[in-house]
Ligand binder design. Structure first.
Ligand code: NAP
Length: 302
C-alpha cells in the first residue's frame, strides 16, 4: 500500500519504520527540513510540502502531528487529495477531532495507537513500538467498512491489536488510564520538589529508585502532549481528577486515624485489581475477569 504520514515524530516515525518493514511504500511530510532529512533514512521519502502526498498517489494518509495541528492539516490536505484516499490520525483524543474532521472529510476514521515513550521527535522513533498494544479506531456513520478493514490490517502490520470504539467512550477511558496518570505523576514530582529542607530534598533525589521511576515516568514526558491532552479532553479529565481527589482524601483519613486495618484491606484490594489494567490476558481467567468488570461503588470508598 502507498501510505502518507504527516508529522514525522515519535509516533509517525515509528509507524513508518514498521510499515516499511512490512513492505509498504511510505512517504512522509514534516514541518522542518532537518526532520525530513533524518526521516529519509527510515522511509521512502519525505518533504515539507503537504501536496507531495498527492503526487505520490498515496492510498492512505495518517496524520501524526500534535493534536492542535490535526484539523488544520486535514483542511489543507482536503484541497489536494482525491476523495477515495483513506484519511486517519493518531491523536490521543478522539471526540473533538471526529466532530471537526467529519465536516471536512466525511469518511475520516479516527485512530489511536496505544504506544509511546517519554521521548518525542524523529530521533525517538523506533521499530516495534506498538507490538502487542491496542490500536483504537473510531469510525463515523459515513465510514466505508472496507476502509476500516484496510486500516485494521495496517494496525496488524505494526504488530498492534486493532479495536473499534465510540470516540466519546475512548476519551473517557483514556482520561482514566493515560491523562489522569500524567496529572498525578506531575503532581507527585511537584510535591517532592516542595520538600523545604535542602538536605532532605537532596537525599530524596539520591535515594529515588525504581518505585519513584515508575510513578513519575509520565509526569516527565512531553509537556506539549500533556497540555494538549488536558485541553482537548478537559471534561473527562476533570471527572477523573475529582474522583481521584476523593480517593486521596480517603487514604489521608485512614492514615490520620491510624486505621491500619482498613488501609491494609484497601491495599490488598488494589494489589488484586492492578492486573486488571496491566495484564492484557486477564480476560482469559473468568474469576479475574469478573473482578475486573465490577466497578467499586463510591459508597465503599469512604
Ligand atoms: P512528536 O514526537 O512531537 O511528533 C510530532 C511531529 O510532528 C514533530 O516531530 C513535528 O516535526 C511534526 N509537526 C508538528 N507540527 C506539524 C505540522 N503542522 N505539520 C507537519 N508536521 C508537524 O509527538 P508524538 O508523541 O509523535 O505525537 C504525535 C501525535 O501522536 C499526537 O497527536 C499525539 O496525541 C499522538 N500520540 C502520542 C502518543 C505518545 O505517547 N507520545 C501515543 C499515541 C498517540 P518537525 O520536527 O518537522 O517540527
Amino acid at each position: 500500500m502507498r501510505i502518507g504520514i504527516v508529522g514525522l515524530g515519535l509516533i509517525g516515525g515509528s509507524l513508518g519504520i514498521d510499515w516499511v518493514a512490512a513492505g509498504h511504500q511510505v512517504w512522509g511530510v514534516s514541518r522542518k527540513l532537518e526532520t525530513c532529512q533524518q526521516a529519509g533514512a527510515l522511509i521512502h521519502g519525505s518533504s515539507t510540502d503537504l501536496e507531495s502526498l498527492a503526487a505520490h498517489d498515496v492510498e492512505v494518509v495518517v496524520i501524526c502531528t500534535p493534536i492542535e495541528s490535526i484539523i488544520p492539516t486535514l483542511k489543507y490536505l482536503a484541497g489536494s487529495l482525491s476523495p477515495q484516499v483513506i484519511v486517519t490520525d493518531v491523536g490521543s483524543v478522539k471526540a473533538p477531532i471526529m466532530a471537526a474532521a467529519q465536516e471536512i472529510w466525511p469518511s475520516f476514521i479516527g485512530g489511536h495507537p496505544m504506544g509511546g515513550t517519554e521521548s518525542s521527535g524523529i530521533a525517538a522513533a523506533q521499530a516495534h513500538l506498538f507490538r502487542g498494544r491496542p490500536y483504537a479506531f473510531t469510525p463515523s456513520a459515513n465510514t466505508d467498512p472496507q476502509a476500516l478493514q484496510r486500516l485494521q490490517a495496517l494496525a496488524r502490520d505494526v504488530e498492534a491489536e486493532p479495536l473499534v470504539c465510540a470516540a466519546d467512550v475512548h476519551d473517557q477511558a483514556v482520561a482514566w488510564i493515560s491523562h489522569l496518570p500524567v496529572m498525578i505523576s506531575a503532581a507527585l514530582i511537584r510535591a517532592c520538589m516542595s520538600a523545604e529542607d535542602p538536605e532532605v530534598l537532596g537525599l530524596a533525589q539520591y535515594l529515588a529508585s525504581s518505585g519513584f521511576r515508575d510513578t513519575s515516568r509520565v509526569g516527565g514526558g512531553n509537556p506539549d502532549l500533556g497540555t494538549a491532552m488536558a485541553q482537548y479532553n478537559k471534561t473527562a479529565l476533570l471527572q477523573t481528577l475529582a474522583r481521584y481527589r476523593r480517593h486521596l482524601q480517603h487514604l489521608t483519613h485512614l492514615v490520620e486515624t491510624d486505621n491500619w486495618g482498613s488501609l491494609h484491606t484497601l491495599l490488598a484490594q488494589t494489589q488484586t485489581q492492578r492486573p486488571c489494567f496491566v495484564q492484557p490476558d486477564i480476560a482469559l481467567n473468568p474469576e479475574a475477569a469478573a473482578l475486573c468488570n465490577t466497578p467499586v461503588p463510591i459508597d465503599e470508598e469512604s
